[in-house]
Ligand binder design. Structure first.
Ligand SMILES: [Zn+2]
Length: 197
């Protein structure tokens, strides 16, 4: 028996993977712009229409600039996107994030009803450089009533270059690392750069 669907499904999957990789490269490039500023950040996000791929909003982490611990790239991008749409729903949209969303960001994404979340570097990758909450994005999604496909890591090596840029490494030293902070050896301070699209 010939499975005619198989070929087209595989092709569709391959196409989607290629599109996801291209979108990830795009948000990495956008986020990399902060690396040559006085406030480099490795965290950037982009929201596009799931069907058409049309970009809606992008933003980077702005915790220090906005004096707001919730101003992670993903939360800011959702906030700005919803404001633009004049709607609290992001159904029909997909987020690309340079790093796996933290529990706060993933919860916010679930509340927005977004279709898909595609991430680059993992929480473990980020944790080599800065403090993290160790709950995977897919775990947060799994334990919710909302349906959201969490895909990643996609273009992980490329996304991780944001974390290992010399300017970023310098800033990470000031942020302090989780284990040290927990032992009271360092007081982390964060810095960021606003980068709305
Ligand atoms: Zn976050």
């Amino acid at each position: 028996m010939v499975h005619f669907d198989m070929g087209s499904n595989t092709a569709a999957k391959t196409t989607r993977e290629a599109v996801d990789a291209a979108r990830m490269a795009e948000v990495v490039r956008f986020t990399a712009r902060t690396l040559v500023t006085e406030r480099p950040v490795p965290f950037g996000a982009l929201i596009v229409n799931t069907k058409t791929g049309k970009p809606l909003q992008r933003a980077v982490n702005a915790v220090a600039k906005e004096n707001d611990p919730s101003s992670h790239a993903e939360v800011r991008t959702v906030r700005l996107a919803c404001r633009k749409l004049k709607s609290a729903s992001l159904r029909g949209y997909t987020m690309y994030s340079t790093c796996e969303p933290c529990a706060m960001c993933m919860a916010n994404l679930l509340w927005s009803g977004i279709d898909r979340v595609v991430f680059g570097a993992t929480i473990a990758d980020a944790n080599r450089h800065c403090r993290q909450i160790h709950i995977s994005a897919s775990e947060v999604a799994k334990r919710s009533d909302m349906q959201c496909d969490v895909v990643g890591p996609v273009e992980r090596d490329l996304a991780y270059t944001l974390f290992t840029h010399p300017n970023m490494l310098r800033v990470f030293k000031m942020w302090g690392k989780g284990t040290q902070a927990k032992r009271g050896l360092a007081v982390p301070t964060s810095t960021s750069k606003r980068g709305d699209a």
